[in-house]
Write a protein that binds this ligand. Structure first.
Ligand code: ZN
Length: 182
C-alpha cells in the first residue's frame, strides 16, 4: 500500500471526510483509486485527488498549471491590474496550502495520536491553517499590499480550490456508496 494513500485513508476524522458518512470506515485504498476513475470528474478535482491522495508529484504540477490558468482567468474577469508573476505565485500558494503546508506535523495529518486520542495542536482536524504572514511571504507581497487587496483576492482563489476538493469528496462519496449517479 502506498504510504501517503494509507495515511490519507486513516485521516477519516477530518471534517470533510466526516460529512461523507461512516461508509469510509472499511475503505481500502484500491476502492478510492477505482472511484477516481469512475464517472466524469473535471480536471482540477481529478489532478487534486491524484496529487493529494496518491502523492503524485507530476499531478501536483498538472494541478498547478490548471490553477494558474484559473487565476489568470479570474484576474481578467475581476480586472486585477498586476504583473502575471504575482498571479502565478498566488496559484502556487493556493496549491501549496491545500496540498501540504498545513498538515499538522504532530499527527502527520491524521488528527489522532498513536494512542487514538484527539491530537491537541490541530484539535483533531489534522490541519493547521497557514498564518497571514506565511501567506504574504510565500507570495512575495508586502504586508500593506496584502492587507489592502491581495488577501481578499487570495480568498477567492483558495475558495475555488476548496470547491474543487468538495466536488472531489462528493464524487468519492457517490461512487463509494455504490450509487453511480455521477
Ligand atoms: Zn494534529
Amino acid at each position: 500500500m502506498h504510504p501517503a494513500l494509507q495515511l490519507q485513508l486513516l485521516n477519516l476524522r477530518s471534517p470533510s471526510w466526516q460529512r461523507s458518512g461512516a461508509a469510509y470506515k472499511s475503505l481500502q485504498w484500491e476502492d478510492v483509486a477505482a472511484a477516481l476513475g469512475m464517472g466524469q470528474l473535471p480536471p482540477i478535482p481529478l489532478a487534486l485527488a491524484r496529487a493529494k491522495f496518491c502523492d503524485d508529484r507530476h499531478q501536483g504540477k498538472v494541478l498547478l498549471v490548471l490553477m494558474t490558468e484559473q487565476v489568470l482567468k479570474l484576474a481578467e474577469q475581476e480586472s486585477w491590474r498586476c504583473r502575471k508573476a504575482v498571479l502565478v505565485k498566488l496559484a502556487q500558494l493556493a496549491c501549496h496550502e491545500l496540498l501540504s503546508a498545513h498538515h499538522c506535523k504532530q499527527c502527520g495529518g491524521r488528527g489522532i495520536t498513536r494512542r487514538g486520542l484527539s491530537c491537541s495542536p490541530c484539535r483533531g482536524k489534522g490541519r493547521i491553517p497557514m498564518t497571514t504572514a506565511a501567506r504574504y511571504r510565500f507570495a512575495a507581497i508586502d504586508k500593506r499590499n496584502w492587507d489592502r487587496r491581495w488577501n481578499q483576492r487570495y480568498e477567492q482563489v483558495y475558495s475555488q480550490l476548496c470547491e474543487a476538493e468538495n466536488q472531489l469528496l462528493g464524487h468519492l462519496a457517490r461512487q463509494l456508496n455504490g450509487r453511480n449517479t455521477d
